[in-house]
Design a protein around this ligand. Structure first.
Ligand SMILES: NC(=O)c1ccc[n+]([C@@H]2O[C@H](COP(=O)([O-])OP(=O)(O)OC[C@H]3O[C@@H](n4cnc5c(N)ncnc54)[C@H](OP(=O)(O)O)[C@@H]3O)[C@@H](O)[C@H]2O)c1
Length: 327
């Protein structure tokens, strides 16, 4: 009798996870998709520098027709030369400020229908809110969030109207500070958290048009923008950000492009980012039932790890503040 019970238990052990996998395979939507890049029109905002430039170079080297948009015509020209030198491909450039809907709309109309839209422009000024001017706060929200709405709104009608050109993508470059609020990033985090709501709603609105939304969450990345930000970054921000390590621009661009091509909703760029995505996934769509399985079974331990990080960060803030008060 005991042997039968043991056998029954041994039989149950694999049955429980297998049943969970089976249920997830049935309920996880939307399903995985492949987004081709070759011979397609890839339009990248903020494509003249850092992550955007690396993405433009990658798309060009994979045989796409590439357009890049940013404000400075000089930086756009330099980027065009860099990409030409590296890949032999001539990219189209558009000088516009994403805060100006009419200018963005004109540039997008001129460039022609888009298959893969990468909304990557961004500004980041790390400062405690008490030291942030209202103008800086508005600037951050306007470029990172309102600007992203402007770009997507301008591109959407032609993307929705495209016929027989295969699945399309709208990708937004967020930040790990768009998954968790971090000391010194009140305005920046708010602007990037906003992208999560935009992306989740938009995905429901465009899924019937075979358009797939992707949110990319890079950690600190060695770009010109990051170098500039480091000059005024509060000490505590640097301590907290160090818990996720930093990455090379090309590595982030590769992760982002691979995620876009695989039609993933969430793209994390390193292991810490993967854990952060597990901890903050909430109501995000998940296209892979394998990843959904990992999310379900790790929910408890991941919440524990998240609480551990919060404990560590608040300790660091307390220590730093005590040391400052002693000076
Ligand atoms: N580097 C990091 O550590 C890091 C980490 C997480 C997330 N990110 C995100 O990754 C994205 C790219 O960052 P990056 O580090 O590559 O920055 P970057 O080197 O400073 O490049 C930013 C790009 O955005 C363009 N841009 C800025 N404001 C614009 C505006 N108002 N209208 C149109 N274009 C504008 C810039 O060109 P102009 O100045 O000529 O307009 C430039 O091409 C951003 O969304 C950023 O928030 C970066």
């Amino acid at each position: 009798m005991a042997a039968i019970s043991t056998l029954f238990l041994l039989f149950l052990i694999p049955i429980i996870p297998l049943s969970l996998l089976f249920i997830l395979a049935l309920i996880v939507r939307p399903k995985p998709i492949k987004i081709p890049i070759k011979s397609r029109h890839v339009f990248i905002t903020g494509g003249s520098s850092g992550i955007g430039l690396a993405l433009a170079q990658r798309a060009a080297s994979e045989g796409a027709r590439v357009s890049i948009l940013a404000r400075s015509a000089t930086k756009l020209d330099e980027a065009k030369q860099t990409i030409k030198l590296a890949t032999g491909v001539e990219v189209a450039t558009y000088s516009a400020d994403v805060r100006d809907y009419n200018d963005v709309s004109k540039a997008i109309d001129e460039s022609g229908p888009i298959d893969v839209l990468i909304v990557n422009q961004g500004v980041f000024i790390a400062k405690e809110l008490v030291n942030h001017s209202p103008e800086d706060v508005k600037f951050t929200i306007d470029v990172n969030l309102v600007g992203s709405f402007n770009v997507i709104k301008a591109a959407l009608p032609a993307m929705k109207a495209r016929r027989d050109r295969g699945p399309a993508s709208i990708s937004l470059v967020s930040s790990q500070a768009g998954q968790v609020g971090i000391y010194g990033y009140a305005a920046y985090s708010a602007s990037k958290f906003g992208l999560q709501g935009l992306a989740q709603s938009l995905q429901q609105e465009v899924i019937a048009d075979d358009i797939h939304v992707t949110l990319v969450f890079p950690p600190d990345t060695d770009t010109p923008g990051f170098e500039e930000e480091q000059k005024s970054r509060p000490e505590v921000t640097a301590i907290i950000a160090a818990s996720s390590g930093s990455m090379k621009t090309e590595e982030v661009a590769k992760k982002a492009m691979d995620g876009i091509k695989a039609g993933k909703f969430t793209v994390s760029c390193n292991f810490e980012g993967f854990l952060l995505s597990l901890a903050t996934t909430g109501m995000s769509p998940q296209r892979s039932f394998w990843l959904a399985f990992v999310e379900v079974i790790t929910a408890g331990p991941i919440r524990f790890t998240a609480l551990f990080f919060q404990w560590d960060w608040y300790n660091a803030i307390e220590k730093w503040s005590k040391a400052k008060n002693r000076k």
